[in-house]
Design a binder for this molecule. Structure first.
Ligand code: SF4
Ligand code: SF4
Length: 371
């Protein structure tokens, strides 16, 4: 069996000329685009547009990386559409303008679509059968190119390629599925399984500026200076998680996707290409609190997290009372009283959707053990 190439190139900044060179270098080192991405192909570009945050916050894929990938696809004559479904209900214009992705698409003359029209696909984990709402037009594309952002994640430890595919699920459903899989282990396993239905054809990861700590929305940006690329998102994530000192089998959604044959996590089967790999491990960045959550036995998860007061906490200096967090909460655990949003801890299942969707970094996971 041939090894799968994963490219990792050094890229010090979001300077468009540098990115143009480095994105191309990464694609070439990764073996080039697969046959599905060819002249005339309809390609869906799927960046991470989690929330209406500016690029310097490292919450979303940087617009200049999106531009560089658009230009590579234009170069081969593909027809490009860009889109993603955010966490929570954000006005599309605000989402696209704040992240800078709207401007890039306009300047490059490519279509940017809201993920609104739905169809459902059937999913089964062997015990539970679910209808998953995804973009109605998904089948009209010949290929998907995923452009994830490398970040920590307070529920799943990291978010990269496999997790970025979960963004193809539309709107509130993403939050609703936490009710069915109400723990970090169950949710990670679900995300790994679902990846098989939503696999991209090629992945280019933005890890020029990444996130440490309370990701994916409330952590701190840090300059990793890397770009990853591969036609295997599982293999790519297996390499990229080493930035935080993880091995692939420590990240359950990567492990599950690999076990089910959706990609490779066995490092002996991955051909590491590029000088960027030499940089990994020189600095170990701060992980999220998910490491701790994964240590709690499944059956005791709710009791233990309640006992040590591990719940989202509001920063009222930052909260603008937009209500996005309350609307995304599938458990109705967030309510408004006397113009202030509050949390009913006993209703919270720690899905982190409110933290992910807050556009003002006004929610973060807090626990007695850490503070
Ligand atoms: S915490 Fe405040 S700013 Fe953040 S989503 Fe909730 S209401 Fe909006
Ligand atoms: S309050 Fe709890 S259950 Fe509701 S969205 Fe936030 S973390 Fe999830």
């Amino acid at each position: 069996m041939n090894k799968i190439p994963v490219a990792c190139t050094k890229c010090a900044s979001y300077d468009p000329e540098l990115l143009s060179l480095k994105v191309r270098e990464a694609i070439v080192l990764a073996g080039g685009f697969p046959k599905s991405i060819r002249k005339g192909a309809r390609v869906l570009l799927k960046p991470n547009i989690l929330s209406a945050r500016e690029p310097e916050n490292a919450v979303t894929t940087h617009p200049e990386v999106v531009r560089a990938v658009i230009r590579e696809l234009k170069h081969i004559g593909a027809h490009i559409t860009v889109g993603d479904s955010p966490a929570g209900l954000h006005p599309w214009d605000k989402l696209w303008n704040t992240t800078g992705i709207g401007k890039v698409c306009e300047e490059e003359g490519v279509q940017l679509i809201p993920f609104e029209n739905q169809k459902t696909i059937d999913f089964s984990d062997g015990k539970i059968n679910i209808k998953i709402p995804v973009l109605k037009e998904l089948d009209s594309f010949d290929a998907i190119v995923s452009i994830p952002k490398l970040k920590t994640h307070s529920l799943t430890k990291i978010t990269g390629s496999v997790k970025n595919s979960y963004g193809l699920v539309i709107g509130y459903a993403k939050s609703h599925f936490h009710s069915i899989y109400p723990s970090p282990k169950k949710m990670s396993s679900f995300i790994g399984r679902l990846y098989g239905l939503l696999k991209p054809d090629f992945v280019i990861m933005d890890a020029v500026l990444s996130m440490e700590g309370d990701g994916p929305n409330s952590g701190m940006p840090f300059r990793t200076g890397l770009l990853f690329a591969s036609c295997d998102g599982v293999a790519l994530d297996s390499c990229a998680c080493a930035v935080y000192g993880y091995k692939a089998d420590e990240i359950l959604h990567i492990k599950k996707a690999s076990e089910l044959g959706f990609g490779l996590s066995d490092m002996s089967m991955i051909d590491k290409k590029g000088e960027g790999f030499e940089e990994i491990g020189k600095v170990q960045y701060k992980r999220s609190k998910a490491d701790f959550l994964f240590k709690i036995p499944e059956k005791l998860f709710f009791i233990v997290t309640m006992a040590i007061k591990t719940r989202p906490k509001f920063d009222y200096d930052k909260c603008v009372k937009c209500g996005i967090c309350a609307r995304i909460c599938s458990q109705r655990a967030i309510y408004k009283r006397r113009e202030i949003y509050k949390l009913t801890s006993s209703k919270c299942i720690l899905c982190m959707c409110c933290i992910e969707s807050c556009p003002h970094k006004a929610l973060a996971l807090r626990t007695r053990l850490f503070f």
